[in-house]
Design a protein around this ligand. Sequence first.
Ligand SMILES: [Zn+2]
Length: 267
Amino acid sequence: MKSKIGFLCALLFGQSTHIMAQLPQDSRRAGGIAVIPLSQNIQQVYYKQQQVLIIQSKDQRYAVFGIPLSTPFGPLQLQTNAEPIQIEVQTYPYAQQYIKLKDQSYVSPDQAQLERYAREAEEQATIYKSFTPSNWSTFPDFITPTKGKFNNSFGRKRFFNGEERAPHSGLDIPAPTGQKVIAPAEGIVVQTGNYFFNGNTVLIDHGQGLISMFCHLSKINVSKGQSVRQGDLIGLVGKTGRATGSHLHWGMSLNNARVDPQLFLKK
Ligand SMILES: [Zn+2]
């Protein structure tokens, strides 16, 4: 009898956690995510020609839309195969950060470095703009890719040696060099490389324009084209590229918009 009840509890508990893991958190701000219930007639959603992820959850389909960091607050319109959808983007108090770098080339790169960066940025942009079909029945479950205490580093306005540069497009997790970095969800490794700013980097495509990025690694343990399951070792923490100390930079992109990785984790 006892084991029967235990089995029933496991079954119920298993089901409820399964449902909870389905969708990211809705946070309608620049760098946030809008989880939008869709009416029956809407099959496709676009923002600036970029296809938006659609997922079924129980009896409802949702568009899971990444709001670009450069979006001003106010109304925003999405295109669909039917009527457009309007959402309201809220203001959000991103902090400012002043960073001192000893290597001035990371603040004012020379011509050769700028050319290298332009090539790398284009390579990454092509990946971010890609949209591969998914065969998920539920939204992929995400866990943190490495251990460490982190705070709200996503979206910070950054000043390197006093000069304003692009806002911080990922989440930094401080951790010792050599600590394991794992795949937070299943996907396919779409690129690995050594980049000027990002250092040793791995990019994973999770499907439907949902792409994760792991930077400043001391070692890369996967290769392009490889499929990974959640928890698989992909590399080791380091401080390669533009990094002031050893940490993992974890980026998440949806419909070519860099969004706050924390929104994919359970509250
Ligand atoms: Zn970072």
